[in-house]
Design a protein around this ligand. Sequence first.
Ligand SMILES: Nc1ncnc2c1ncn2[C@@H]1O[C@H](COP(=O)(O)OP(=O)(O)OP(=O)(O)O)[C@@H](O)[C@H]1O
Ligand SMILES: [Mg+2]
Length: 255
Amino acid sequence: MIASGRLPPPRQPVVRLRGITKTYRIGREIEVRALRGVDLDVMPGEFVAIMGPSGSGKSTLMNVLGCLDAPDAGTYELAGQTVASLSDGALAAIRNRHVGFVFQTFNLLPRLNAIENVELPLVYGGDGRDRRPRAAAALEQVGLGDRLHHRPSELSGGQQQRVAIARALLNDPSMILADEPTGNLDSRSSAEILAIFQRLNAQGKTVVMVTHEPDVAAHCRRIVRMRDGVVAHDDPVAAPRRAEEEIAAGIGAAE
Ligand SMILES: Nc1ncnc2c1ncn2[C@@H]1O[C@H](COP(=O)(O)OP(=O)(O)OP(=O)(O)O)[C@@H](O)[C@H]1O
Ligand SMILES: [Mg+2]
């Protein structure tokens, strides 16, 4: 019951896609229609898995969501702003505020240690004040407070992915976009990454994660299935699995 009789303010999607299309052209002859009209809303605080066969457009969709690539047609509103209408500066600002990207292959610079990799986004843009302590705090958040000065080659795959998550968290974005973040990891490391995402999600962050593995997707609260460049199915997960509990019980995520 709302005592005043007034309705709560309507919640705005963090992502609103309508009729998004993307065609890749290779030379003059070949066209690949990677996205053929994607409609998708993601509300703040959701944890969404994107699944679908290889080539169905998942990574293309993630690149559009992260403003790394522009669609050919359709509209994308990120936190209420129409992305296509923004200047480069405004686009960079909204992306900094709302999007942290995590990749399957971690994308860390091999010559830099963990803390230098994490603070890198602040070296190139954003607010560079206090970047050392902020990077250290982000690494603490993912359980790597004791690995600040290790280089990627001195870390396990799961630890490298946690460095990449710390880097994605540095600007405190409202949304994490992760394209197969557990694709190169064993089941125990996968469970640790999922536990971090579930914890961040419980703290209010929106998480959108591509995965091929049903056991990984079962930790999300909603599963969107792509097929041939469109959303084919979109279903809630009745009882998401809890990675923290599985780790405590000695079970990996993908076993
Ligand atoms: N830069 C590109 N140039 C040309 N075609 C591309 C490019 N990127 C993707 N494609 C094509 O677009 C289609 C969708 O690719 P996308 O990478 O989005 O698929 P995906 O669902 O992420 O697949 P996977 O599960 O293998 O990662 C594929 O047919 C792919 O070959
Ligand atoms: Mg992909």
